[in-house]
Unconditional design. Structure first.
Lengths: 185, 222
């Protein structure tokens, strides 16, 4: 049913887009859209396959969102690793040239100052803390869904989330440090 | 910017409930994170959902798909342009490309698989028939030599017991035929390079005499 599929896209596309954009950099909106499309292509492809019981399509078992965002997280992590390898293998001359190039326009120009500070602070979080925060606030997952997605106890995720928020608050309260808005591996 | 709880769906009535155990000093930070997430979701380009639906129309397990009206005309024009470009290629394009690249094939000792169009039954390779003929000649020659050099073992006098002589002779002939069949089978196993069945691939050895003859002689005239 095409209308049902459209409903799924309307419900999840922007959440996945926001997740990819936050993880890969606010300026990488084209890449975020590519990843979003890649995720839905994967989901659509798997819907057309038979499962182990020979049933065509997807059999709802109450974990569709976890599965969908697991696909999204794998895509985003793959892209982040690829970008990091590309940066590591770049020769020094090219690296120096790219660093001397004038910086592009700030993608967060329209954001209020407090949210821009928050974005900068997120760049100083560890990967695991940042992932928890983005899954919670960008993707809008519940802790139960995150526990299924990350295969971790809810209590662990709660503690990690609280720790991340506390660190963000400390960073925003302290002196502003230059941080990367891009990939954090 | 209103830092209240943001929505993570298009339904404005839904919001993300905070865990009851969240310390009060972190509530404000959590609200800011909600706001940032809402901004990032809202920053998705316009038409994202429509583009996703169009791009997935060929992948979805549904019987029909409707492209947006605004891209139907552009799609039709692109298809027409593609057909025009393909038809506009030179008539001798394939021949010129082959001439430019066959030198690489001939000089290479690597087996090359040539993709034929699906549905077309490839002609049996001349090399196969040559090998089969060579196998028959070899097998026949071996059998002839064996029979010629083999001393006569039968001591039966056919005039004294004709039926017994015939039976023994038939048994000897069967044995020779079995030996010929074994030799033939060994030769055929080594000779077959591809099955004579409907196949889409036809291996061609670049060092194959037929291959060289067919094109080396006629190459200058193309």
């Amino acid at each position: 049913d095409e209308r049902a599929w459209r409903s799924i896209i309307d419900l999840y596309a922007r959440r996945i887009y926001a997740l990819a954009k936050s993880r890969l950099g606010a300026s990488r909106h084209d890449l975020a859209e590519e990843i979003t499309q890649s995720v839905f292509v994967t989901v659509a492809s798997k819907l057309g396959k038979q499962n182990a019981e020979g049933v065509l399509g997807y059999t709802e078992q109450g974990r569709f969102e976890s599965w969908l965002f697991r696909v999204a997280m794998n895509r985003i992590r793959d892209e982040a690793r690829r970008a990091k390898r590309h940066a590591e293998t770049m020769d020094p001359e090219t690296m120096a040239a790219s660093m001397q190039a004038p910086p592009g326009p700030d993608p967060d120009t329209d954001l209020p100052e407090n949210l821009r500070s928050l974005r900068n602070a997120m760049g100083q979080l560890s990967d695991t803390d940042r992932e928890i925060v983005e899954l919670r606030h960008h993707a809008g997952l519940s802790f139960k869904q995150m526990a299924e997605l990350l295969s971790e106890p809810i209590g662990t995720l709660l503690a990690r989330h609280h720790r991340a928020l506390k660190k963000l608050k400390e960073i925003m309260s302290g002196p502003i440090e230059p941080s990367s808005q891009g990939v954090a591996i | 910017m209103n830092a209240s709880h943001s929505n993570y769906s298009n339904d404005p009535g839904r919001s993300i409930p905070l865990p009851s155990a969240m310390p009060p000093e972190l509530v404000e930070t959590s609200r800011l994170m909600d706001a940032l997430g809402e901004c990032d979701r809202a920053s998705a380009p316009a038409g994202l959902e429509s583009r996703l639906l169009i791009s997935l129309s060929g992948v979805l397990p549904i019987s029909s798909s409707r492209a947006a009206d605004d891209v139907k005309e552009a799609t039709r024009q692109m298809e027409a342009l593609g057909q025009t470009d393909r038809a506009g290629a030179s008539a001798t394009l394939e021949d010129r490309i082959f001439m430019a690249t066959r030198g690489v094939l001939v000089s290479s000792a690597v087996k090359i698989n040539v993709q034929t169009q699906v549905g077309q039954r490839p002609a049996a390779s001349m090399s196969f028939f040559m090998r089969a003929a060579a196998g028959l000649l070899l097998g026949g020659g071996v059998i002839w030599g064996y029979l010629a050099l083999k001393p006569a073992q039968s001591t039966l006098n056919p005039w004294q017991d004709p039926q017994l002589a015939v039976a023994k002779l038939e048994k000897e002939i069967d044995g020779h035929m079995d030996q010929l069949g074994d030799v033939f089978s060994l030769v055929m196993i080594g000779a077959v390079t591809e099955p004579l069945t409907l196949s889409t691939e036809e291996p061609i050895e670049s060092s194959d005499p037929w291959f060289q003859y067919d094109f080396l002689e006629a190459g200058d005239s193309i």
